[in-house]
Each structure stands twice: as C-alpha cells, then as structure tokens.
Design a protein around this ligand. Structure first.
Ligand code: GLN
Length: 276
C-alpha cells in the first residue's frame, strides 16, 4: 500500500459516507498520522506506508466516516494561528469567531483586563492575551469539563495570564474589566435538529442552544455587563447571521454607545460591539 493508494482509498471511503470535504479530510488524517507535509507527499507518494500508521489511518477514516468531527479525531483545531486542544465538551473553534478576536484587538488599549463569558476551549481569551499587548483575562464557563480543556490550553499557550473560573455567566465573577467578550450559545432550540450531524450529534448542546429565540444569553449579558465594566469599557459578542438587529437593539437599550454590527469573511453579520 503506497501513500497515494492510501489517500485515494480514504477519499473514496469518505465520499461514499457523504462527508462533504472528503478530499481535504482524508488528506488531513493521512498527514496527521504520518507527520508528512504536502511537499513531502509529492516527493514520496509512491513509498510504501507502514502497517502501524496504516492501521491508525484506517481507524481514523472509519471514525470520520461515521460523522465524528475531524477535530475530535485529531484532538486539535487551529485558531488565530494557535493550536487549541479540543474534545467533545467544547465547541470546536470556528474561523467565524476570529472576527470577534480581531475586532476586540482593534478596540481595546494596551494593558486591558478582559472577561470572556462562555469561554469553552478558551480560544477567544487565550488568543487575545497572546496576540494583544500586555493583556490579562478571566474566562468563565458553566461546564467543568470545558474548563479543564480551557485550563490546559491556557497553561500551554498563555502561561498564567488567563484565569479560568466556574461561573454561570456573571454569577461568580468579581471585580471590574475594561472589556467583556462572549461567543455564547445562540442557535434557537428548534433549529438545532437542522444542523449537520458533526455539530448536532457531537458538539455540546450546552454550547449551541440559545433557548427558544436564541437571544437569552444576549439579554442576560447586556443587562448585567455595566456592573462589571469600567467607564468606557467595551462589550463584544459573536452573533448568528440574522441576529444583528435584535442584539444591537439590546446593546442600545442597555446604554451602550457607538453600537456596530461587523461582518465576517463570508460577509455574514457576526459580531456586535459597543462601549459604555
Ligand atoms: N457558529 C456556531 C455554529 O454554527 C454556533 C456557535 C454558538 O452557538 N456560539 O455551529
């Protein structure tokens, strides 16, 4: 079995299982297991593949064919140029969410202290403190399993610059911050069944379900944020593509100024921001 034969076989298997990015995923699994780069592959595609990596590759393909997300098989996802460890207890970092990090970095001054609500894997707060200047932060989540993942990512990528605490939104949060960020669950409950199997069957419901109209978390966050923000402090949240109007209204109703809706790279409304 050559590397090329193994790759072709993987693509066929994933295509027949109706995996949408069959070619990309088969390549990614082959590369992840063998450690081979794209350039090496082109030089060595007719080399034989050893039995042990081939068996591992087969097992990985079998799992991917059953719609287990690629990132649950590899245990990692890149976000803002950093590699985060993930498992079934956290939402897999999305490229869309990079818009939230970019907008935050654009608005906050050096030395800011940031609170991240519904931190999950910790990808938002960790990228902020790694990429920003002299930033520190606190990430909170209601899930202890998610906090274990976030603490592991934090220790590896951001040293001791982020604290992670167990809290239902602001319940156990103390002190004031210069900025609050959040990518809360925002999918209306009735829409969850429509999501692809990778998401609906394998990612935590707790990280997706925004209750009946998808807006519960935004209501609670915008209502309480001013008690935890310094004067002039920023609030930035990720939203669903159709929530721009309702979430900016919540910002305005709760006294936020210069409220703006920002689009992601795909052109969808993705972030609402404003300051006190
Ligand atoms: N954007 C995510 C998705 O489409 C949902 C993220 C969230 O609810 N915070 O699956």
């Amino acid at each position: 079995m050559t590397l090329k034969q193994a790759l072709d076989e993987g693509v066929l298997l994933l295509e027949s299982a109706k995996i949408s990015d069959a070619k990309i995923d088969a390549w990614y699994l082959l590369s992840f297991i063998t450690g081979i780069s794209r350039a090496d592959y082109f030089l060595r595609q007719n080399d034989a593949m050893d039995e042990e990596p081939y068996a591992k590759y087969q097992e990985a393909l079998r799992r991917r064919a059953s719609h287990i997300p690629l990132q649950h098989i590899t245990g990692e996802q890149d976000f803002m140029g950093l590699t985060f460890r993930v498992n079934e207890h956290v939402l897999i970092p999305r490229q869309d969410t990079e818009t939230l990090v970019e907008q935050t970095l654009k608005e906050i001054p050096e030395g800011s202290r940031i609170l991240d609500l519904c931190t999950g894997s910790g990808c938002v707060i960790i990228s902020l403190v790694v990429l920003g200047k002299e930033l520190t932060g606190v990430g909170v989540d209601i899930s202890d399993e998610a906090l274990a993942v976030a603490r592991d990512n934090g220790a590896r990528l951001a040293g001791d610059r982020v604290d992670f605490i167990h809290s239902d939104l602001f319940d156990s949060v103390t002190g004031k911050f210069d900025c609050i960020v959040s990518n809360p669950p925002y999918i209306p409950s009735k829409d969850i069944e429509e999501l692809e199997p990778e998401v609906k069957d394998h990612e935590p419901r707790l990280a997706l379900d925004g209750t009946e109209d998808g807006l519960l978390f935004y209501r609670n966050i915008t209502k309480e944020a001013h008690d935890y923000l310094n004067q002039g402090g920023w609030l930035l949240v990720e939203i669903g593509y159709d929530q721009g109007e309702s979430v900016s209204q919540l910002f305005i109703d709760n006294g936020f100024k210069e409220v703006e809706v920002i689009r992601d790279l795909a052109g969808n409304n993705r972030v609402v921001k404003g300051h006190l």
